[in-house]
Design a protein around this ligand. Structure first.
Ligand code: HEM
Length: 410
């Protein structure tokens, strides 16, 4: 749903209220006229069309490695707090920031643990948990994110990893402290203290879990990661740490927003909502359409690894590039009726989970959770409506999500 008039290129402000609340509408004109655009204010390239974003995601000159250069530039001095340095060191091990051949090696080892079978096993648990969370919603007005959309993926990933139930609360508190680093980007040193503390607690805790599951293997993701082998190669402790934290953050808020954005889209499209309630929807297609229409993956960042020409523009080594997935996913050159939610849209290549070698490893888990939660929510309360008042979209570049989604159940 386009709320704002599209912004003309000269007045673009990435973090303006209009851009945050309706990125797809706001950047529509830019996508049509200058799909590869240098933003002087943010000193970054904005790539907005489907074709160009997909090309850039496959082009190794748009490098993922943006943490190591940042550490070298900003955090190598003697004054750097060792805990801040540790937090960034963990981040620098995430496969999503790795180039070849390190990336493929890490991804192959992780895929041994994160298999379709291990995800499919979670279905029954996710169904029970969703029903319990819905049962606990009090009558009247409620926040869907706090009560259902956020707890579901957070409990599932903790259980999947093997975090004992008695540690869950502390674990969630540490995760919440580190979260701003992941969702808001790197350039906010005022947040470093709390982030570094949270990461230190997580690192200490994960170390204990590694020890525990080395001594007493169990049916969980950490045990599987500890066992993953390729010839004589295995994940080092630093790689295990990086992978566990990536899974934790990769799978938490994104999936919560997937569920909430999906329910919002349905409430704004009564015909599609009725079809979902009456089981006239192929969930496989519907989930991809929710991702395309308003998925939580808004932008991914790359850094030019060399000087090169791209679509007639001169991109220079070291320049930052924002690949705007959610804007590309509404490109009328890629989709018919791109502005409409059509749950039976034939499968097409949306970019909400990325594309190419870094394609989201957790997509099957996100689909499983949202595929259970979204229909369960809208079927549970036939009189479900949006509560009055403006929606508060999070002012994050990477994530498309709301602070809360207030609904009324009849
Ligand atoms: C709807 C929910 C999700 C969305 C929208 C999402 C989005 C993305 C995107 C766009 C990428 C590519 C990043 C890039 O190219 O820079 C990615 C990568 C990744 N995601 Fe997700 N993700 C979701 C859920 C999950 C879940 C549930 C997990 C795991 C529990 C997960 C784990 C990962 C991992 C490990 C990568 C890195 C893959 C690689 O670098 O090879 N994600 N995700």
């Amino acid at each position: 749903m386009t709320v704002n008039a599209p912004a003309a290129p000269e007045s673009i402000d990435l973090m303006s209220l209009e851009a945050v609340s309706d990125p797809q509408g706001y950047f529509a004109q830019l996508r049509a006229t200058q799909p590869v655009y240098w933003d002087p204010q943010y000193r970054s390239w904005l790539i907005t069309s489907h074709r160009h974003v997909a090309e850039a995601l496959r082009d190794p000159r748009f490098s993922c490695d943006r943490i190591e250069p940042y550490i070298r530039k900003k955090l190598s001095g003697p004054d750097t707090d060792p805990l801040v340095r540790q937090a960034f060191d963990v981040l620098s091990g995430w496969m999503v920031f790795k180039e070849e051949p390190d990336h493929s090696r890490l991804r192959r080892l992780c895929m041994q643990a994160f298999t379709p079978q291990s995800i499919a096993k979670l279905r029954a648990r996710a169904e029970i948990l969703t029903a319990e969370l819905l049962d606990a919603v009090a009558p009247g007005e409620f926040d869907l994110i706090a009560s259902v959309a956020a707890p579901l993926p957070s409990i599932i990933i903790a259980e999947m990893m093997g975090v004992p139930v008695e540690d869950r609360l502390r674990f969630e508190q540490w995760t919440a402290k580190v979260s701003p680093l992941v969702s808001t980007g790197l350039d906010d040193p005022t947040r470093y203290g709390s982030v570094a503390e949270g990461m230190d607690a997580l690192v200490t805790y994960f170390r204990q879990l590694f020890q525990r599951y080395t001594e007493q293997p169990a049916d969980n993701l950490i045990t599987a990661l500890l066992r993953a082998r390729e010839q004589n190669d295995a994940l080092s402790e630093a790689e295990l740490m990086a992978t566990c934290t990536l899974m934790l953050f990769g799978g938490h808020e994104t999936t919560a927003n997937f569920i909430a954005n999906g329910v919002l889209a349905l409430l704004r499209h009564p015909g599609q909502l009725a079809a979902m309630r009456e089981d006239r929807v192929d969930m496989k297609l519907a989930l991809e359409e929710f991702m395309r229409y308003d998925g939580p993956g808004k932008t991914v960042v790359r850094v030019a690894s060399e000087d090169f020409e791209f679509e007639g523009q001169q991109i220079q080594k070291g320049q930052r590039v924002f690949l705007m997935l959610s804007v590309a996913n509404r490109d009328p050159l890629a989709y018919e009726d791109a502005e409409l939610l059509k749950l039976d849209r034939p499968p097409g290549r949306h970019l909400g989970f990325g594309f190419g070698m870094h394609f989201c490893l957790g997509a099957p888990l996100a689909r499983l959770e949202a595929g259970i939660a979204i229909p369960a929510i809208v079927k549970r309360w036939p009189g479900l409506t949006l509560a009055p008042g403006p929606l508060q979209w999070l002012p994050f570049l990477g994530t498309r999500g709301m602070r809360e989604l207030r609904l009324r159940r009849a």
